[in-house]
Design a binder for this molecule. Structure first.
Ligand SMILES: Cc1cc2nc3c(=O)[nH]c(=O)nc-3n(C[C@H](O)[C@H](O)[C@H](O)COP(=O)(O)OP(=O)(O)OC[C@H]3O[C@@H](n4cnc5c(N)ncnc54)[C@H](O)[C@@H]3O)c2cc1C
Length: 456
């Protein structure tokens, strides 16, 4: 017995749900079948509403700079539920010597104690640094050290990389993780020059990160995947773990653990890379090993709630990142209820602290008590909290965030060639061209467009 369908989408995270809803819109619901191993759809993008708190299991927002994200949100009919991060959340902090220091844009930055006087002087030389003379792949740290100096690379850039990717700036590829920074140097000769050029051109952003405001939904980021699921729930099969994919005369056959096979003319693989790699290992060895070679950074997220009066610190701000040289296990702590007030009941504070990452996978093995111990020792003193949290939710993501290493360009070339060898099979997801929700939505649009082109 088999389930025959025109398009099978494997994986019901943001990427798969985006591709599936777009394909269902073009081809009709009956043409699409979504398979997911889990008992709930949404992948990382899920929110738990509990005791008046909203806990995002993975992502807590997206930047308002990707038109395709807004197009999808409009299609899902949830535009009215969007919320923008509080203005106060523009205040971002960095941990240095057990103090939280506000990050200020220049010229205020020059007075900030985040860097030594020598470090600040070196950073000021950025406009004088020549373009990279060759196309040799460069890590984020190498790029930053070359342009703004090793101290700023360790302190500012290293913290940002562990905050966004849970990654190691000395290992990750600049070109694939922060393509905009590489482009700024290529096109304008440097970061400061690029910022001035952009200001003249009227577009925002800074060299340190993408411009834009952080957005979510009144009910948390899970609103996005819940709405997508609502659109096609009759076409989603949960607890369906795909095990193997093989070629047929007209398309592909997907074996599903303990369930009938699914036979489809077209397949979107919207899975974590290693899971996609295991699925195609027999179909295409080269593709399977390229997918399996993309490393991941495991992450643990602690959502903890406190009465407002138990938090002694001024809570106006986004939260802070902890550079790796500051002797803290936490990667950073977001002040969720300051960013999006609807995430905590009136009179309460919700914090979201991250552990793990590429350099500390062992953190995922810690028990809840041990993680809460680190929180009490490292984070509570900084927040002037003396009591244990009254609300706790802990999420562990053993796969976590994919890491684009220096060989990522070659991996992408291999995967593009494999997609060409297997017409009708398309990859989507966070492992290829960006890890953010915006990137995942772009990958969903790409997958849907590619399949529709091949269909005619
Ligand atoms: C802790 C954390 C915080 C983050 N914060 C942000 C943020 O604030 N902003 C932002 O933009 N991005 C953030 N990200 C990144 C972003 O959340 C992810 O990149 C994105 O959600 C990935 O979506 P996806 O659909 O590609 O994959 P996933 O969400 O991983 O979905 C893949 C799906 O495949 C299913 N699956 C796996 N194996 C199989 C199989 N064999 N058969 C069938 N189904 C299978 C899984 O059950 C899952 O549902 C964060 C990520 C993490 C982990």
């Amino acid at each position: 017995m088999t389930n025959d369908v025109e398009v099978a989408v494997v994986g019901a995270g943001v990427s798969g749900l985006c591709a599936a809803t777009l394909l269902a819109e073009s081809l009709g619901d009956e043409a699409v079948l979504v398979l997911d191993a889990s008992d709930v759809a949404g992948g990382y993008a899920r929110t738990d509403a509990d005791d008046g708190f909203l806990c995002d299991r993975g992502p807590n927002g997206f930047l308002d700079k990707e038109p395709l994200m807004f197009m999808w949100i409009n299609k899902l009919g949830i535009y009215e539920q969007l919320v923008r991060a509080n203005k106060a959340a523009e205040r971002r902090f960095l941990l240095k010597n057990n103090r939280l220091i506000q990050m200020r844009p220049p010229p205020g930055f020059l007075l900030s104690p985040l860097l030594s006087v020598k470090g600040r002087a070196r950073l000021l030389c950025e406009p004088l640094i020549k373009r990279k003379p060759n196309n040799k792949p460069e890590t984020i740290w190498e790029f930053a050290a070359r342009r703004i100096g090793p101290e700023a690379a360790d302190t500012l850039v290293g913290a940002m990389v562990s905050g966004v990717f849970g990654g190691d700036a000395k290992k990750l590829s600049l070109e694939h993780c922060f393509p905009r920074m590489a482009e700024m140097e290529r096109e304008h000769g440097g970061l400061v020059r690029a910022m001035f050029a952009k200001k003249r051109g009227g577009s925002g952003g800074s060299a340190m990160g993408p411009g834009g405001a952080l957005m979510s939904f009144a009910g948390g980021i899970g609103t996005l995947t819940d709405a997508a699921m609502g659109r096609i729930s009759n076409r989603v099969r949960l607890r369906h773990r795909a095990q193997k994919i093989s070629q047929t005369k007209t398309g592909y056959r997907i074996s599903v653990q303990g369930k009938p096979d699914v036979v489809a003319r077209f397949v979107v693989l919207a899975l974590p890379a290693h899971a996609a790699g295991a699925l195609v290992a027999d179909l295409d060895v080269e593709m399977g090993s390229a997918l399996g070679s993309i490393p991941h950074a495991p992450m643990a997220v602690l959502c903890t709630g406190y009465r407002e009066e138990d938090v002694g610190r001024d809570m106006r701000g986004f939260g802070f990142l902890a550079p790796r040289n500051q002797d803290k296990r936490a990667l950073g702590c977001l002040w969720s209820s300051s960013i999006f007030p609807s995430t905590a009941p009136e009179g309460w504070v919700l914090l979201r602290t991250m552990y793990g990452g590429y350099t500390d996978p062992q953190a995922l093995k810690l028990s809840d008590e041990e993680l809460l111990g680190y929180l009490a020792n490292e984070i509570h003193p900084l927040m002037k909290i003396e009591r244990t949290p009254e609300f706790v939710r802990i999420y562990r993501h053993p796969v976590g965030i994919p890491q684009y290493m220096l060989n990522h360009g070659r991996i992408l070339e291999t995967l593009e060639a494999a997609e060409q060898r297997h017409p009708g099979l398309v990859l989507a997801g966070n492992a290829y061209r960006g890890v953010s929700l915006n990137d995942c939505v772009r990958s969903g649009f790409r997958a849907s467009e590619r399949l529709l082109e091949q269909r005619v």
